[in-house]
Design a protein around this ligand. Structure first.
Ligand code: MG
Length: 294
């Protein structure tokens, strides 16, 4: 299934997305967060509630998940061409060699926006707003120290995400990634969750990012340095993953910071993030003051 959260008459509803339209469930139905956490029974239950199919254009897609209980979990440097492209461009913070284990960091949950929402931009916060198209995994079952061969049992589905980053903030605060990855309202997620049974081969997905119509990233998930099973196994090692957690799986080459000349996002830019089979995010960069006390 493809499951979305949509806004109808100002209220959020769970919806099932089909090629020919969308079936909006009644407001009394569970949220998509509830379904993800509710296991197979919750997923089976909503099938009885599916109503009439209406055009997708008649509803507004919002972020599929809202009820985050921890940061968005992220993988860095998971495409070697991306790791290599930034070599010497990390202002003295380059690792010596390719990592032998996945690199992890997190993003604050207040980063998450919907598939068509504006990406917040405040030049007082950062001068280097960059894009990173990624596949996101949505965890559907709690687990700790999950073996690779059981990893898919713990995945509910996939989303598209853009790990929009502020490069100068990444460098300024000791080379960590949290601060330069956690600015409010900057991470589009969606357009819906595609359950794992819909995807025949998770290593045959094409990941793309276009800015103002120009394609700046394109790669296949076949190129990942660490496969999704390995990411789940290493991340859950001694650390419980919970249903509802979201794991970003890394971006391929083509980021703005590594280009010559460099490309950074500006107000008015349209960022399209797409993954074959999972859908498309289409977000405009819009000025919004984030630098004053609130
Ligand atoms: Mg990233």
């Amino acid at each position: 299934m493809r499951l979305a959260t949509v806004l109808v008459d100002g209220k959020e509803h769970l919806a099932a997305v089909y090629d020919h339209g969308v079936a909006v469930l009644p407001a009394s139905a569970p949220t998509l967060d509830d379904v993800v956490r509710g296991g197979p029974e919750a997923l089976a239950a909503i099938r009885h509630d599916l109503g009439d199919v209406v055009p997708l254009s008649s509803v507004q897609l919002v972020a599929p998940l809202r009820g985050f209980r921890r940061d968005i979990l992220c993988t860095g440097w998971n495409y070697w061409d991306h790791f290599e492209e930034s070599s010497g461009k990390r202002e003295g913070q380059d690792p010596a060699d390719r990592p032998r284990h996945p690199t992890f960091f997190t993003k604050g949950p207040d980063t998450v926006i919907g598939p068509h929402d504006p990406i917040a931009f405040d030049p007082a916060i950062s001068a280097k707003w960059d894009y990173e198209a990624e596949v996101a995994l949505v965890i559907g079952k709690d687990g700790r120290s999950i073996p690779e061969e059981r990893a898919w049992e713990h995945v509910f589905g996939f989303c598209v995400a853009n790990d929009v980053s502020q490069r100068d903030l990444q460098r300024r605060h000791g080379g960590q990634w949290l601060k330069g990855k956690s600015i409010d309202a900057t991470m589009p997620l969606g357009p819906w969750i595609t359950t794992t049974d819909e995807i025949d081969d998770p290593y045959a997905l094409t990941v793309r990012c276009l800015v103002n119509g120009e394609q700046l990233q394109e790669a296949s998930t076949a190129q990942v340095a660490f496969r999704f099973e390995r990411i789940i196994a290493e991340l859950s090692w001694g650390m419980t993953l919970r249903a509802g957690d979201v794991i970003l799986t890394g971006t391929p080459s083509g980021i703005g910071n590594a280009r010559e000349p460099q490309v950074f996002l500006q107000p008015g830019d349209e960022v399209v993030t797409e993954v074959s089979g999972l859908g498309e995010l289409r977000n405009r960069v819009v000025a919004r003051e984030l630098s004053s006390y609130a």
